[in-house]
Design a protein around this ligand. Structure first.
Ligand code: IPE
Ligand code: IPE
Ligand code: MG
Length: 266
């Protein structure tokens, strides 16, 4: 095992052992320049199952292994924030059986992984209209949030019943109320005021946005926050996404120049 690999080895399960390919990619990564916040649109579970003539839910179940590997790898790389898009406000359009299964898998994941989150100092949180989810899911989410609230490592954010436009509507409603209670008219209606009312208030915007399964669209994810995120799309379907894919995405990110509308510094 190379030095760099050993340095960032943490107490992860043995299933996370690095392959030679993983190690080679890891050695090329600049560990001092890991993006602070990575957001992922996890897509392609259905197609993964379809390719194997399995029901769609088999793809969702297989996708959990990818979630586990990506969360653990993110913690290992000392990423500050990982935001995963798990269920959109539009996903209610799917058959009830699929939605029920997705919720059940979420519960199962939280139940099974809580100890690992604790072991790795990972803090769990959600973004989205979680108050519209079933009481039993909300209980499970609250339990995980409370239990991990004092952890200081990776912030593991799951977007659940999330929509970028819904978030903006909620933010504007919130801002409207603030303005009404602002007797001295001190509140400036600027970009910061809007950012402060988003679900992500206080968090830095994603540096890197990853989408799996090759679709070239945003699907209503973090519309405000990705204004200057670097985008990386892979044809890999989510259940096949492994740490090497995450390393490749970060390597691509590290080769780019972020200009934010300015001019090249080279
Ligand atoms: C992503 O996979 C998971 C969710 C949106 C919940 P999909 O279920 O969208 O899979 P495809 O896009 O149909 O292959
Ligand atoms: C985006 O995937 C939502 C999540 C990953 C939760 P979808 O499969 O719902 O998006 P579209 O329908 O392809 O745009
Ligand atoms: Mg999809």
């Amino acid at each position: 095992m190379s030095l760099v690999t050993r340095e960032i080895q943490t107490n992860f399960a043995p299933h996370l052992k690095d392959s030679i390919e993983d190690q080679k990619l890891l050695e090329r990564l600049d560990l001092e320049a890991i993006p602070k916040h990575i957001a992922i649109i996890m897509d392609g579970n259905g197609r993964w199952a379809q390719n194997r003539r399995l029901p769609r839910v088999a793809g969702h179940r297989a996708g959990i292994e990818s979630v586990r590997e990506v969360v653990e790898t993110a913690a290992r790389l000392k990423l500050n924030i990982l935001t995963l898009y798990a269920f959109s406000v539009e996903n209610w359009k799917r058959p009830k059986t699929e939605v029920t299964m997705l919720m059940r898998l979420l519960k199962e994941f939280l139940n099974r992984e809580l100890a690992t989150l604790m072991d790795n100092d990972i803090k769990f949180d959600t973004l989205g209209r979680t108050e519209e989810l079933s009481p039993s899911i909300q209980r499970e989410l609250d339990l995980a949030k409370n239990k991990t609230s004092r952890n200081h490592g990776l912030l593991f954010n799951v977007a659940l019943n999330y929509g970028g436009r819904a978030e903006l509507v909620d933010a504007f409603k919130h801002l409207w109320k603030k303005k009404q209670n602002d007797a001295q008219d001190k509140l400036n209606l600027d970009e910061q005021a809007i950012a402060d009312c988003l679900y992500t208030a206080g968090l830095p915007d994603p540096d890197l946005l990853i989408r799996t399964s090759g679709e070239l669209r945003i699907s209503n994810f973090l519309l405000w926050q990705i204004a200057y995120s670097e985008i990386w799309v892979t044809k890999t379907l989510w259940p096949d996404f492994r740490k090497k894919d995450l390393f490749e995405a970060i390597l691509s990110y590290q080769s780019r120049e972020r200009r934010y509308g300015g001019l090249s510094t080279e």
